[in-house]
Write a protein that binds this ligand. Structure first.
Ligand code: NDP
Length: 328
């Protein structure tokens, strides 16, 4: 038997979430690697799944948890053997395939990444999908040719998981980072991560003009909606915006003016189905570039049972940084 969070659907369509015990016979048949999960985490998407605020879960009942790190127990996959340390992000785990907010999981070997050397399972989950997505955003801006001397980088949703890691990574790489947040009380935290300036997100979250004063060489946006539209309208000629999130909204209520008059690029970032080679590159870079002391500052640890209480908080934008779940 092992502990797990289990989601099920009530008759009225709402989601019922409980901490329960499952046995190995309840692990899914479609998997070739059985793992011991040491740590998992609560991302925004896990919050949506547990609260049922959005149709993230498409198969019932479901163990949530899009991220996990731990050790292989049993494997019929040629690349994985018992004792191997792994990290897993996405691939529909916690959505259509039972996930990692549990002490055990059965996964596909093709989905797993080797835990980088010198990185613990806990650190990998402190980074989680949020941090790995922040790195995908940084890589996209750099692939676009944006260098520290290109100009300032705006990070929206800066005190959240993606935002906090993006601020830390960009500042460590020498960029001047401007952090946009609704939590001005967290300015010291954001400056400690490396933000050169902290601005009130209210400056970006209301409808604005299609073209505004050019300021940003690049943007990491985890917020969407009017914030993304204003960020595009303030991006300098030839700059780029890496868009990965929807914390404010799924809509994009703007105009094509920044694209056709300033050559601004909108770079879409998806972590769930990102190809393996790009994931491995992102994780190697995270291991090399994210300072452990900053990661500690970003991270809070909670037990599995508390994941249920914290899920609504992440949807309400109340969590600072990253929540690691110690499932044991
Ligand atoms: P968090 O909740 O940790 O961070 C989101 C932050 O956005 C909040 O902390 C808050 O920051 C800000 N925010 C929240 N609500 C609003 C609002 N109404 N208007 C403006 N800003 C708001 O979530 P994550 O960092 O885990 O994820 C961020 C987003 O990125 C989510 O939408 C998530 O689904 C998405 N995502 C997408 C991925 C992909 O593959 N494309 C992968 C990972 C995440 P502050 O208070 O500082 O303003």
């Amino acid at each position: 038997m092992f502990n797990a969070i289990l989601l099920d659907k009530n008759e009225d369509g709402s989601t019922r979430a409980q901490l329960t015990q499952l046995d190995d016979a309840q692990l899914p048949a479609d998997g070739d690697v059985t793992v011991r999960v040491d740590y998992s985490t609560i991302n925004f998407k896990d919050g949506l799944a547990i609260t049922g605020k959005s149709p993230v879960v498409r198969k019932w009942p479901m163990v949530p948890g899009i991220d996990g790190a731990g050790e292989v127990i049993e494997s019929s996959h040629p690349d994985w053997k018992p004792g191997d340390a792994f990290v897993l992000n996405g691939w529909g785990v916690g959505e259509v395939h039972p996930g990692c907010l549990a002490q055990r999981a059965r996964l596909k070997g093709d989905w797993l990444i080797r835990l980088p050397q010198n990185m613990s399972a806990r650190s990998a989950m402190a980074i989680g999908t949020a941090g790995y997505t922040a790195m995908l955003c940084v890589m996209a801006l750099q692939d676009h040719g944006i260098r520290p001397d290109s100009g300032e980088i705006l990070v929206t949703g800066a005190s959240g998981g993606v935002g906090s890691v993006a601020v830390a990574l960009l500042a460590a790489a020498g960029y001047r980072v401007v952090a946009s947040t609704g939590k001005l009380g967290e300015s010291d935290y954001l400056q400690a991560l490396g933000a050169a300036e902290v601005i009130d997100r209210a400056q970006l979250s209301a409808p604005g003009k299609p073209l505004q004063k050019e300021r940003w060489a690049g943007v990491v946006d985890s917020v969407g909606s009017h914030t993304l539209v204003n960020a595009l309208a303030q991006t300098r000629y030839g700059g780029a915006v890496a868009a990965c999130g929807l914390a404010q909204g799924l809509d994009l209520p703007g105009s094509v003016a920044p694209f056709i008059l300033r050559g601004v690029s909108l770079l879409g970032i998806d972590s769930v189905m990102a190809p393996r080679a790009r994931r491995e590159r992102a994780w190697q870079r995270l291991a090399a570039e994210l300072k452990p002391a900053l990661l500690d500052r970003i991270t809070s640890e909670i037990p599995l049972a508390e994941a249920l209480d914290r899920a609504p908080d992440i949807i309400a934008g109340k969590i600072r940084g990253r929540l690691v779940v110690n499932v044991n």
